[in-house]
Design a protein around this ligand. Sequence first.
Ligand SMILES: Cc1cc2nc3c(=O)[nH]c(=O)nc-3n(C[C@H](O)[C@H](O)[C@H](O)COP(=O)(O)OP(=O)(O)OC[C@H]3O[C@@H](n4cnc5c(N)ncnc54)[C@H](O)[C@@H]3O)c2cc1C
Length: 367
Amino acid sequence: MTPTTHTVILGAGLMGRLLSLALLERGHRVDLYDAHGADAKGSAAWVAAAMLAPMAESAITEMSVVQMGRHGLLRWPKLIDALPEPVFFQQKGSLILWHAPDRHEARRFHQLMDQTHAREPSLDKAQVLNAQEIEALEPTLAQRFQKGLFLPSEGQLDNQQLLMALGRALYHHEAKGALSLHWHEARSLEDFALNAPGSGKAIRLFDCRGLGAKAQWAALRGVRGEVIRLHAPGVDLLRPTRLIHPRYPLYIAPKENDLYVIGATEIEVEDSSEASVRSTLELLSAVYSLHPGFAEGRIVQMNTQNRPTLTDNLPCMDVSRPSVMKLNGLYRHGFLIAPAMLDCALEWVDSQSLALSETFGLKVLLP
Ligand SMILES: Cc1cc2nc3c(=O)[nH]c(=O)nc-3n(C[C@H](O)[C@H](O)[C@H](O)COP(=O)(O)OP(=O)(O)OC[C@H]3O[C@@H](n4cnc5c(N)ncnc54)[C@H](O)[C@@H]3O)c2cc1C
């Protein structure tokens, strides 16, 4: 692929924005289409909590996602530094807590993380904390929990700030004439002949439509997630906290300016209607049980989206069709693994190499 190749990218959510910028920076001319607007509110990425937690997620996913997540934690600061406006990124670790009746589930979670650590010792080993150690890390939780676990290297970012900053960077390229942005224009692969009209140049098509690609990728499904954003100045949590619960794993991710993202439900149904009363009650009562100061918080957003998920719940890079690359199945790990997916995609674009994909164990569909 040469810099003069005409590149079309479908989907300006998380993957599409990152990939567009990377290709523009390599000198490509890009047409970017999205079914929704520049505010990214049509994407799963807008709704996410953007936790970057490879070790905690290892309890529910495969090593390939964990390895990509480790790469992501290293890559995000560089990707964010290159953006024209600041994006909140934090790597102060994450805390795992539970109420006494849920200690058996906590033990199982701990054992699973220890198994991951035995396979990949470069990842955090979960540190067991007593009440004083919890208080030292999170003074606002003093006297509330007797035991906890700490993963010192885990991180998070502000997804909505990131999407806006990526959008701003794209506008710079549009102003220079290298990028054409097509908002509110839903497209399918079939809309493009694989030759750029009139130019005689090869066209390269990237499909980053998440669940919007379902009509052309039958294995895709949506997994519903509901998230609440609270403004709670009375709480003062410093880092993301997971509350172990037998029915719904809950996390509370403190962003800037006393904002907290409370999430997320995970329901096996494709439905992006508003948050249900049940989910809202469960999320808010769990967060109140962590700290009563949340009772005076203000609900600033309640969002629902479907996570784009393949049958095995793992991501995939599909290059089986000439001149087309599909990146999809990021499921609940998009922010964790997007930098790794991006680097695998760029390696293929630049040199038709799969070395990095093989290192991570990313599933690749070849011709
Ligand atoms: C509730 C919830 C919580 C989450 N929490 C986390 C978390 O803590 N950590 C983490 O790592 N990940 C999290 N995720 C997952 C993450 O948000 C997704 O994995 C990620 O957004 C997927 O990126 P994507 O670019 O593939 O899809 P999306 O971000 O959904 O973007 C797809 C884009 O394609 C566009 N589109 C759709 N159809 C068309 C069409 N026909 N033509 C043109 N454009 C189209 C859409 O408008 C959208 O902008 C969460 C997700 C949800 C829903």
